[in-house]
Design a protein around this ligand. Structure first.
Ligand SMILES: Nc1nc2c(c(=O)[nH]1)N[C@H]1C(S)=C(S)[C@@H](COP(=O)(O)O)O[C@H]1N2
Ligand SMILES: [Mo]
Length: 422
């Protein structure tokens, strides 16, 4: 077996960051694994589970019981309610770019309706020639597309707008983002069938939940890439994510992707619904509120190491995380181990998709001393993820939607990380 090439261990940025080629090589001679593996003297003993046949097949799979800590958490609802709140994706326990459906974050305004698909209809009306009604079975007969893309609540990462750093982890601070393969019917196809009137400029989407949550969406977006999603990671949508159908607007704030989609009304102006006026709008320091901030900004977060995942001791580690942008593909991600003084370019995994999570990795030789880890993403439009200071500039103190500043994790000599501001 070949030894790790010592030239790979030469730091390329401060406090131990190594060249990303440690992750770009595969096969014999890929040194990174050999730097951390334990040595053995002989062939290992057969473990007990090899001595009797295993359990049988089942109709539905479940994760290993040894993985039962990998759940959506924290889960919380407004006082006095059970269904007006969120549950968060445990980003710190996941790898790759797809969120398992059972771990997709949830944001409900009035709980999950129990919808019988045979009794659910999507109605398209308003400024159209022919109002139309569709059930899920009918929609299955239309052309369908697949989009592997993220969905992010615009309240995600808003905890970082607090004046003092909160004691949180990846899930509690950034867990309102998930990525799935969404399958469904392009909305342009359905609107064409209904016949758009020339005065139509907006589409007001409303859900079949008790909140009847509604949002206004400009017609250009609807005709560009919006779908009525029916499938999530190959199976029907989960009830929590909109079963049997939801609006899916790639790259745009999650709130506008109306779940349990019931009506689409073509109008000449936005409806000024609760969730586009009093909520999900951005208050500036001068008292002006900005409405309709649709695309989510370029952002990234290091998921490992992160709070709750302690380093075992000095040595070589993989820094890993996710980056995304509502405006297209991720172009590059840089990481810093010295609080942003110096930066090293991270390696990106193979799948770099538009408006999707992109996985990045960097090699880091931790000397056991204090370190502050940061990541900074750049998207294909050239937009650079801002520092916390510039992300906060001009915001009213109580404004917390659409925050995309950099996350800093301080690693202490015990190997534990915590949220800090730099
Ligand atoms: N009908 C309806 N649609 C809805 C919501 C809702 O409460 N009701 N929540 C919105 C918000 S704020 C977000 S962030 C996303 C969350 O989608 P998810 O629960 O599938 O993650 O759905 C949006 N669509
Ligand atoms: Mo949201």
């Amino acid at each position: 077996m070949s030894k790790p090439d010592q030239s790979d261990l030469i730091p390329v940025a401060g406090n131990g960051l190594l060249h990303r080629r440690l992750f770009l090589r595969t096969g014999l001679g890929a040194g990174a694994a050999m730097l951390v593996a334990g040595r053995v003297g002989a062939e290992p003993q057969r473990p007990p589970w090899m001595r009797t046949p295993g359990t049988g097949m089942g109709e539905s799979g479940a994760p290993s019981p040894f993985e039962d800590h990998v759940v959506r958490a924290p889960v919380g609802s407004q006082p006095g309610t059970t269904g007006a709140g969120v549950s968060r994706t445990p980003l710190q326990h996941l790898d790759g770019i797809i969120t398992p459906s059972r771990l997709h974050f949830e944001r409900h305004h009035s709980g999950i309706p129990e919808i019988d698909p045979d009794r659910h209809r999507l109605v398209i009306h308003g400024l159209v020639d022919r109002p139309l009604s569709f059930d899920a079975e009918t929609l299955d007969r239309y052309p369908q597309v697949s989009r592997i893309q993220f969905l992010e609540c615009s309240g995600n990462s808003g905890a970082l707008t607090a004046p003092e750093p909160v004691d949180g982890n990846c899930a509690s601070i950034h867990g309102l983002i998930s990525a799935s393969e969404w399958g469904g019917v392009p909305l342009g196809v359905l609107l064409e069938e209904a016949g758009l009137k020339p005065e139509g400029k907006w589409v007001v989407a409303a859900g079949a939940d008790a909140a009847a949550m509604s949002r206004s969406v400009p017609l250009e977006k609807i005709l560009d890439d919006a779908i009525v999603a029916l499938y999530q990671n190959g199976e029907r949508l989960r009830p929590s994510n909109g079963y049997p159908m939801r609006l899916f607007l790639p790259g745009w704030e999650g709130n506008a992707s109306v779940k349990w989609l019931r009506t689409l009304k073509v109008t000449d102006a936005p409806a000024m619904a609760k969730d586009e006026t009093s909520k999900y709008s951005d208050l500036d320091a001068d008292g002006q509120a900005r409405l309709f901030t649709f695309p989510m900004g370029v952002k990234s977060v290091i998921t490992s190491p992160s709070p709750g995942l302690a380093l075992a001791g000095p040595g070589v580690y993989q820094i890993s995380g996710v980056a995304w942008s509502g405006r297209g593909r991720i172009r590059s991600v840089e990481v810093s181990a010295d609080g942003g003084v110096s930066w090293a370019e991270a390696a990106l995994d193979e799948h770099v998709l538009s408006r999707c999570l992109t996985r990045f990795r960097a090699a880091w030789q931790w000397d056991g001393g204090p370190a502050t880890l940061l990541s900074r993403a750049v998207d294909e439009t050239g937009a650079v993820q801002p520092t916390r200071a510039s992300a906060m500039a001009g915001r009213a103190p109580e404004s917390f939607y659409h925050y995309n500043g950099m996350q800093a994790w301080a690693v202490n000599p015990e190997g534990a990380s915590r949220n800090v501001y730099v």
